[in-house]
Design a protein around this ligand. Structure first.
Ligand code: ADP
Length: 322
């Protein structure tokens, strides 16, 4: 049976560009004669029936806005069989036969679980600043988060230089170091600590001493939150050196802000592609981009594979840090 009415929701951690994705899903669906419903607060809003029709006008003026107009939430109830059954019944009540889920792997898992117990077709769009979802080179929000963190680092670099300080800057990335690596490379960091690569703070210390002897009096060290806490690294270095150290945690500012052109274009292309795949009858897929091409992978794949980081970039960064 073809798709007639589609629900769109954002779930899990928000990311800049989610609005551009909502807009693209809604407008492309309407363009193809489908009806669109916005579901608020992810699966929590589905269970609470926070469901409203969307028009091409209701997604106007949002392409440049960070966050998500549909709001986002986590919903433990949806992980239970009762929660899923309730969700399925509500979809049936509203006649929603397809779902576009913008979020992380957990959110897409929710969609797959739902599709096991009802005929809904599910299409996932990767929305997370962490960029840790396999099956796509980029997820919506990563580029913006990197640029936001970079702007902060550039500013810190000015004051680090003026005052001969070493700054340890913690960026987001609990399990993966994509943001740290990209930001570290772009920001000219002296060292980058990521969860994927074991590190030795004693080596870092040697490196700092060496730089100091070379005449480099200020440094930026970027750490992914999953590799180390900025404060701990600072403490260790401070105990063993006379340098002036500061620790800075960038935190949630990385999740906000107006999306970059890259994220807006990515979100728009993925939104359109998601609708096209649904209209072609596909389900339980995630749309993404690989090597510059739009791709669709089974959601199952993203739950079994692990996205690997390009360690050559780390080598390049250390080559630049002499
Ligand atoms: P993300 O989508 O960013 O990975 P979470 O892992 O927190 O974020 O998942 C977001 C939401 O997706 C959860 O709060 C829950 O409602 C739903 N979800 C996650 N895993 C499952 C599951 N196995 N079954 C049903 N729903 C799930």
């Amino acid at each position: 049976m073809g798709v007639k009415r589609i629900g769109v929701l954002t779930s899990g951690g928000d990311s800049p560009g989610m609005n551009a994705a909502i807009r693209a899903v809604a407008r492309c669906a309407i363009y193809h004669g489908l009806e669109v419903y916005g579901i608020k607060r992810g699966f929590a809003g589905l269970l609470n029936e926070e469901i409203e029709p969307m028009t091409s006008l209701s997604v106007g003026g949002i392409i440049n806005r960070g966050g998500t107009i549909l709001r986002s939430a986590r919903c433990e109830e949806f992980k239970t069989p009762e929660g899923l059954l309730k969700g399925a019944a509500i979809l049936d009540k509203y006649g929603i036969d397809a779902l576009a889920i913008i979020g992380g792997d957990g959110s897409m898992r929710g969609g797959v679980e739902l599709s096991r117990i009802c005929p809904v077709k599910v299409m996932g769009l990767p929305g997370t600043i962490d960029n840790d979802i396999p099956g796509t080179d980029y997820s919506i929000g990563f580029d913006t988060a990197v640029n936001t963190a970079l702007e902060a680092i550039d500013k810190v670099r000015d004051t680090a230089y003026s005052h001969d300080r070493v700054f340890v800057i913690e960026v987001m990335g609990r399990h993966k170091g994509f943001i740290a690596l990209e930001v570290g490379l772009a920001g000219g960091a002296e060292a980058i600590l990521i969860p994927e690569v074991p590190y030795d703070l004693a080596n870092l210390l040697d490196k700092l001493r060496e730089s100091y002897e070379h005449g480099k009096r200020s440094s930026i060290i970027v750490v992914a939150e999953g590799a180390a806490r900025a404060e701990d690294v600072k403490k260790f270095l401070q105990e063993h050196t006379p340098y002036h150290l500061r620790a800075l945690v960038l935190g949630h500012m990385q999740r906000g802000g107006s999306p970059t052109a890259f994220d807006r274009v990515l979100a728009t292309q993925l939104g359109v592609f998601a609708i096209q795949r649904l209209l072609e009858g596909h389900t339980n897929e995630m749309v993404g981009v690989e090597g510059g091409r739009l791709v669709a992978v089974p959601i199952e794949y993203i739950h079994t594979a692990s996205k690997t980081i390009d360690l050559r970039k780390l080598e390049v960064a250390s080559m630049m840090a002499i």
